[in-house]
Every structure is written in C-alpha cells, then in structure tokens.
Ligand binder design. Sequence first.
Ligand code: FES
Length: 176
Amino acid sequence: MSDEDKGKETSSSSSSSPATPPSASPPPSSYFVGKRDDIVKARRVTMFVNGRDILVVYHQGVFHAMDMRCYHSGGPLENGDIEEFNGRLCIVCPWHKYKITLAEGEALYQAVDPAQKPPKPQWLSKGVKQRIHTVSDINGDIFVTFNNIPGSIESDFYQTEKFRATLGKTDKKTRK
Ligand code: FES
C-alpha cells in the first residue's frame, strides 16, 4: 500500500493484532497508517485519521496506538518517555508526568497507605483514561483499528472540534 493510501479506511474482513501471525488482509474498518519499516525507523508517528489524532509507537518490538493527546490536559504524548512502572510499560506525558499504560490506557499513580508501618508507596490505577487502538501488521503495512468501546474515555475530549478550536486560538496567541 502506498503513502497516498494513509488514513484510508479498509472494508475487508479478517483481523490481526501485534501478537497474532500476519494475516493476508487488513481488519475491517481499519486505517492504513504507514509502512512497518518506516514506523520502526521513526519509532513514533502521529497522524490525523478519520477525525482522530493518533499516535503510533514502536517499542521493544511491539506497535502501540492511542489517542495522541493526554487525557489530563491534552499534552503531546508523542514527546513522552516510555518507562516501566510496577512491571507495566507506560508513556509518561511530558507536561505533568502522568503515566499511562501502553497496552490498556490506564492511568497509574503512586499512593501511600498511612496505616502501613513503615509507609510504603504502592502503584495504583485510576482506570482507563486514554483510548488505546489496535495495531495490525499486514505483510509490512500497518493498520490501526479504532477502539470503539462505548461510553466516554477522558482522552476523547481532545478529539473534539471544541478542543481543536481552543487549540487553534492558543496557537494564534503563541505565534504573535
Ligand atoms: S497534560 Fe498530560 S499529564 Fe497533564
């Protein structure tokens, strides 16, 4: 598939995930986001696909995709470090250092139980806050299928026209 096809929706009927063997055709309703080799080389790509800003990350041999802007306040996750916390790989938002698991979009934080002597910080989860999408590798072409779990996930707000309008105004002010 060529670069001109990026972001185009597919309509075929088989599916795959990073953990499954390559399949011959892309999953239904998935979007071509680039060539495997190009994304591996770049490590991260951002793209506007069918109304969503997404980030695709290649890390330790696995592709991950998620909403590009952080659920907390819209920070640019493409600039976040990837680190392991409590055995889980997270992207760390560059703005306020919130930690988001790459696999599930859960927000992790540390808390101390004052009743515990001596108090020891523990990693806890705030639940899924970032919408994570599915990546498929079809013979070297990378496709993203949106996670359409019903109901709102906090990162959804930063995919709205309302937010983009705000961002546009902020950009104009910054450029002055
Ligand atoms: S915007 Fe990401 S941590 Fe605040």
